[in-house]
Design a protein around this ligand. Structure first.
Ligand code: HEM
Length: 507
């Protein structure tokens, strides 16, 4: 009898808890954008296909409209889909939604640095970093020179392969890695340097793992999954390793700092730290500097290197596009000169191809998560403080009105009838806050320049699972030309397949 009483009491207690939880959801959702009804604990996870979250979001947008609410576990999330809604959030409401949604694998950066910082130091760190980056040539001539200086090293690395098959992943990665590391700590890695290689491997592995279902689940249930084995541990460990590398560079810099002559980005941050020495709560600490430098190093290197790698893959797939690029390179730059930013004005086809590569590879389809920093009225809804806000970028990059046949790689998406470059406001691969990312733009000259090399480009195993592998050869400076020529050849697979190859790049 007593046991029955306890069971009934337990059942009543559980039912009450469930009712309270459902009531809380309904009450707090009263003025939220529409969305599927969330289940306790898991929220709307059943509505998401973790192998293709962007596609699930598109399906939900078809049902609930361009602004909808999702619960990822218990985390309230508002998703924006399509040009108008995304632009409104990124531009008109940029302050209200300027927080950063937490990415738990970056616990080493909690409340530090730029990219993953949601703490009080974020705004100042970002503002100061931007202004120092400008001093060191962001978007200016100095960066162009840095890139031009790096080009011969990259070409030499290609030449050294002497037509043998090789995996381009890290060879390509050294170039952006060196340009960024020159700004951050005036350091250049030789293309055989093992530390440079290790850093790149950590970047590459993290970028790949962060897009896997496991890491996405970890971001939703960090406290449940934290103690389980799995790849989240690897990412967390890698993040700590990268940060301890940058911390060591910062320490070296501190020991040899000359306040009258800052050498680089790190020195400038250290000087800022010295200025704050006597304040009660200095926000610019040693740890914050290490995280800031690590953020820029990772965000700048891996995005650029992956874009270059996919770009080459695309050229292999579309030889007719490659041929047209060669014609333009030969005509505007010629065989001996290193490309410069000013050439861009006369190279509409190259400009269009570069934009189309970035549109097509859709590097960060769901953007980085933003967060509402205060209760915000948006389109008649109330979005409470702390809500994660996801301004999807693929919904613009694959808009079928703006880019007809969006699933096809067509440089014509960025060309007008007379073959001139056509700007599109839907091109938001860098999101809108991408002031820092836009730093990449001067990097363009190295793309045509990249193309003077004879080597073999190893492409990954075909994603259709057939196991077929392909190699392509590149000819260095074929007579009368400057440029990469790819030729389909024998099949070979390098040790590092390109992780997370988008389906639209299947060979
Ligand atoms: C193909 C290249 C790149 C792409 C597609 C890209 C894309 C993005 C995107 C979508 C965001 C999120 C913006 C937002 O929160 O709304 C972002 C943030 C960021 N990017 Fe890039 N990026 C690229 C290159 C770079 C480079 C070269 C740097 C070097 C400094 C960089 C540094 C950053 C930083 C520090 C942030 C965080 C900014 C913040 O929280 O305010 N990115 N990037």
């Amino acid at each position: 009898m007593a046991a029955l009483g306890i069971t009934v009491a337990l059942l009543v207690w559980m039912a009450t808890l469930m009712l309270i939880s459902v009531w809380k959801q309904i009450y707090s959702s009263w003025k939220l954008p529409p969305g599927p009804f969330p289940l306790p604990i898991i929220g709307n996870l059943l509505q998401l296909d973790f192998k293709n979250v962007p596609k699930s979001l598109t399906k939900l947008a078809e049902r609930y409209g361009p602004v909808f609410t999702l619960y990822l576990g218990s985390q309230r999330t508002v998703v924006l889909h399509g040009y108008k809604a995304v632009k409104e959030v990124l531009l008109d409401y940029k302050n209200d939604f300027s927080g950063r949604g937490e990415i738990y694998a970056f616990e080493a950066h909690k409340e530090k640095g730029i990219t993953f910082n949601n703490g009080p130091s974020w705004k100042d760190t970002r503002r100061l970093s931007l202004s120092i980056l400008r001093d060191y040539g962001m978007g200016k001539l100095a960066n162009e020179e840095r890139i031009q200086r790096e080009v011969p090293f990259l070409m030499e690395a290609f030449r050294k392969t002497q037509g043998q098959p090789f995996d381009p992943t890290f060879v390509l990665g050294y170039a952006p890695c060196n340009v960024i590391s020159d700004i951050l700590f005036r350091k250049r890695f030789d293309y055989t340097d093992q530390t440079g290689l290790r850093i790149q491997k950590l970047f590459n592995e993290n970028f790949h793992l962060l897009s896997t279902s496991w890491l996405q689940l970890y971001n939703i249930f960090p406290s449940y999954m934290r103690y389980l084995p799995g790849n989240h541990r690897k990412v967390i460990k890698n993040v700590y390793e990268i940060k301890s590398y940058t911390a060591a560079r910062v320490k070296e810099h501190e020991e040899s700092l000359d306040p009258n002559c800052p050498r680089d980005f790190t020195d400038s941050l250290l000087l800022e730290m010295r200025k704050e020495r006597y304040t009660k709560e200095p926000w610019f600490t040693f740890d914050n500097i290490a995280a800031t430098v690590a953020d820029l190093f990772f965000a700048g290197t891996e995005t650029t290197s992956t874009t270059l790698r996919y770009g080459l893959l695309i050229l292999m797939k579309y030889p007719e596009i490659e041929e047209k690029l060669h014609e333009e390179i030969d005509r505007v730059i010629g065989p001996s000169r290193i490309p410069a930013i000013k050439d861009r004005l006369e190279m509409p086809y190259m400009d269009a191809v570069v934009h189309e590569i970035q549109r097509f590879i859709d590097l960060l389809p769901s953007n980085l998560p933003h967060e509402a920093i205060q209760d915000t009225m948006f389109r008649g809804y109330v979005i409470p403080k702390g809500t994660v806000v996801v301004p999807t970028l693929d919904s613009l990059l694959f808009d079928n009105q703006e880019f007809p046949d969006p699933e096809k790689f067509k440089p014509e998406h960025f060309l007008n009838e007379s073959g001139k470059f056509k700007y599109s406001d839907y091109f938001k691969a860098f999101s809108a806050g991408g002031v820092l990312s836009l730093w990449l733009l001067p990097a363009r000259p190295w793309r045509p320049e990249l193309q003077c090399g004879r080597s073999r480009l190893v492409t990954p195993e075909s994603p259709d699972g057939s196991g077929s592998q392909k190699t392509t050869t590149w000819e260095v400076d074929p007579p009368g030309h400057c440029g990469l020529r790819t030729h389909w050849g024998q099949l070979t697979l390098g040790p590092h397949a390109i992780p997370g190859l988008p389906a639209n790049l299947c060979m």
